[in-house]
Ligand binder design. Structure first.
Ligand code: NOJ
Length: 754
């Protein structure tokens, strides 16, 4: 297993695993490979959970489950662990997994926001905190990072990933794996990282979650796979399979994908888990004949653990062996990997957690500080006409804070958060009030009611996840009241976007409009003449065409987490300057989707974006864009050699200067374009970036290297990675529109003298 065994050598672990394996019955092996949800946290809550916790406890007590998910209470973890150990003859402990996606008790900004920071160091730090809290409560393994490239924001799960770009996605994937796992599986205060969903889940047809993905060979290898490869190379101990059909074959039963690509080509040595019920779904897909066949196909494809809510397919493994559909050796290979993970974590020696210590770790104030910095660094300033931001408190008498999302603690945290503390969650309203500390009056009005989904979400059963509409909410009166509040204020901070249950899993949309009557509210507030700062709380782009012309300042704050409101106040009042950049191209409207900066050129390039006759085909805000409260300039771009033999590396140098009056952060981005070759290559591709802080007037020189990793690509005709001899353009600047450029050429590899 990758990076395994800081507490024991690999051979020692393997020997112990082998010993256990040798004495296990087939039924015990099937139990080891079964992972159950445990919805104990929902007991007493109305919903579809029913008897599920009792089914799981019964399985544990007879050795029918080797792993659980959704247990995050340390006392419960200890109780269930005891049941597991006592329930199986060999005393094998359970592995506890959970979706610790962007924090546990301390909730960080959602992953798309953290990607917008373009700051892998910060992201690694945040996920290390998440790991520390998770491990303290008894969680051994997180189903994260989600590294699916998403180029269709109708797909709600874009919020969980790093956006559209494979290079940025790979950097974020590796940083998160390092944060969760540290240097290896046995490290204290760390958890196993499980990048997901392998592979291509983000390309769901029409952005409809779970629907099939049809991805060209070139796109699969050059766009969708690189973040997984980076996560594996960073040592990820686990990978989760995807739900959907990939080019006609379910990912969870796809031996080529899981075996030839993930294990053989990428060198993955950890264990694979199916997505929830995805083994059972092989039958739903019309791929497996029944559950027995599904279990056999999954094991044959290399899916080690089956994640199941109830009635697992792996319970049919004995039948599958009897029918000759799967071999005991194939099952043993899965069990071996599961056991090795438990051994590497030291679970046999230390299966239980210290409940008292868990309380202390969860309350650590240093974790909140990491969350505040993460939220500051994630925000993206999209517009700032007349330098409206930052607001000076000097002559400020009255501030209007408008929008239901401004005061909603649950929404501030975003989706995929379960163990939060609402009490300590800082909303935008609270953050602004605290920052102003009575210097100016703050008046709040929600303006409009939360928009409702057409069908419930799978997360609605978790308490507080469905936004409550205040009783007797009078829409017309509330709208009018919000306008009045704005009219009498010096500035209006309007927080609009999507309620957190409108994005995430099972939360695809057919439009990107601001849900409900939010645009109407915005127009009415702007019409008062009060200067308006629009704070966009969302996990995907929403339609900002009107705002982009009529609202002077727009700041994307995403779902900023536990300390979100405090960080937003820091940004709005200029205690820190925004420095985030968009991790996706922000479309004008849904009709443009997919719109990405990294596309190839057609026979009629349409340089001005002439494609649709009714709308420019360029995005509203391009990939990599983000303003600061200061300005930056780039100059003196050079390469240390303009002829680069294939296989060698060149160095790019560029000077960056802060040309404004304030300190600020910039993300310098390097883009490359191959002019010709054995395939058409995209107009530009990100191949390097660096976030840097510059004082007013400061100038620095940055260096990037370009070599085989950056210049090779998967060629569909060759069926392999290639590096062509060709002329390349390169640009460095503050967005994907960077204009400062130069060229170089790759030349045949220099023959090595023997
Ligand atoms: C289904 C989701 O697709 C996956 O991302 C998640 O980890 C599991 N459910 C467990 O919650």
């Amino acid at each position: 297993m990758a990076n395994m065994g800081t507490t024991a050598g690999q051979s020692e672990l393997s020997a112990r695993a082998e010993e256990l394996l040798a004495s296990m019955t087939l039924a015990e092996k099937a139990g080891q490979l079964t992972q159950y949800f445990y919805f104990g946290m929902l007991e007493g809550v109305e919903g579809p959970v029913g008897d599920q916790p009792r089914e799981v406890q019964a399985a544990l007590s007879r050795g029918g489950a080797g792993s659980l998910l959704f247990v995050s209470d340390p006392a419960q973890a200890n109780r269930l662990q005891r049941m597991t150990i006592e329930g199986n003859r060999l005393g094998i402990p359970a592995l506890f997994g959970f979706d610790v996606v962007h924090g546990l008790r301390t909730v960080f900004p959602v992953p798309i926001a953290m990607a917008a920071s373009w700051d892998p160091t910060m992201v690694e730090r945040a996920q290390a905190v998440a790991a520390r809290e998770a491990r303290a409560v008894g969680i051994h393994w997180t189903f994260a990072p989600m590294v699916d490239i998403a180029r269709d924001p109708r797909w709600g799960r874009i919020v969980e990933g790093a956006g559209e770009d494979p290079y940025l996605g790979a950097a974020m994937a590796a940083a998160q794996v390092r944060g969760f796992q540290g240097g290896g599986l046995g490290e204290p205060e760390r958890v196993i990282a499980g990048p997901k969903h392998f592979a291509g889940y983000g390309a769901a047809a029409g952005g409809r979650d779970y629907d099939e993905a049809n991805i060209s060979t070139s796109e699969l290898w050059n766009v969708y796979l690189p973040p997984f490869r980076a996560a594996v190379e960073a040592g990820a101990g686990n990978v989760m399979t995807a739900y959907m059909d990939l080019n006609g074959i379910p990912a969870t039963g796809n031996a080529w994908l899981l075996g030839d690509v993930l294990r053989a080509r990428f060198g993955f040595k950890g264990f694979l888990v199916s997505d929830a019920n995805a083994v059972r779904s092989l039958a739903t897909h019309g791929f497996a004949a029944d559950l027995t066949d599904a279990a056999a196909r999954a094991v044959n494809a290399g899916v080690d653990l089956e994640m199941a809510i109830s009635d697992p397919a792996y319970a049919h493994l004995e039948e599958a062996v009897a029918a000759g559909a799967v071999s005991v050796e194939a099952i043993d290979a899965c069990v071996r990997r599961a056991l090795e993970a438990k051994l590497a974590l030291g679970l046999f020696e230390q299966p239980y957690v210290d409940e008292e210590r868990a309380r202390v770790v969860l309350a650590d104030p240093a974790h909140r500080e990491v969350a505040r910095v993460a939220a500051q660094r994630s925000a993206v300033l999209l517009r700032n006409e007349g330098g409206l931001l930052p607001l000076s408190t000097e002559r400020l008498r009255s501030v209007a804070v408008i929008g239901h999302l401004a005061a909603s603690k649950r929404d501030t945290l975003g989706p995929w958060a379960f163990d939060f503390d609402l009490e300590e969650t800082v909303t935008v309203l609270e953050g602004v009030r605290a920052r102003l500390g009575g210097v100016a009056e703050v008046h709040y009005a929600p303006g409009v009611r939360p928009a409702q989904r057409m069908f419930p979400s799978i997360f609605d059963m978790f308490p507080g996840n469905v936004p409550a509409v205040p009783e007797g909410f009078d829409d017309e009166a509330e709208l009018a009241r919000a306008v009045e509040v704005a009219r009498s204020a010096d500035v209006a901070l309007v927080v609009l976007g999507e309620w957190q249950n409108l994005v995430g899993e099972q939360a695809s949309r057919s439009s990107l409009e601001l849900p409900g009557r939010q645009l109407e509210l915005l127009r009415a507030v702007v019409a008062t003449g009060a200067p308006v700062v629009l704070l966009v709380m969302s996990g995907r782009p929403v339609d900002l065409r009107w705002a982009a012309e009529h609202v002077p300042a727009i700041l994307a704050i995403w779902y900023p987490g536990t300390q979100g409101g405090a960080a937003v106040a820091d940004l709005v009042f200029g205690d820190v300057a925004p420095g985030g950049k968009l991790p996706f191209s922000w479309p004008r409207s849904v009709g443009q989707i997919p719109v990405t900066y990294s596309h190839t050129t057609s026979h009629d390039p349409g340089a001005q974006g002439e494609r649709y006759w009714d709308e420019p085909s360029t995005p509203l805000y391009r990939f990599g864009t983000g303003l600061s409260y200061t300005t930056f300039s780039y100059s003196d771009l050079s390469v240390d050699r303009d002829q680069l033999p294939v296989g060698e590396t060149l160095t790019v140098s560029v000077a960056v200067a802060n040309t404004g009056e304030r300190a600020g952060d910039e993300v310098a981005q390097l883009y490359v374009h191959q002019r010709y070759g054995t395939a058409s290559r995209p107009v530009r591709e990100l191949k390097g970036f660096r976030r840097l802080h510059l004082e007013a007037g400061e100038r620095t020189t940055l260096r990037f290297t370009l070599g085989p990793d950056e210049l090779s690509y998967w060629n569909a005709a060759a069926g392999d990675y290639v590096l062509d001899t060709a002329t390349f353009d390169l640009w460095v600047g503050g967005s994907s529109g960077a204009e400062l450029g130069t060229t170089f050429a790759t030349t045949p590899a220099v023959a090595q003298a023997h």
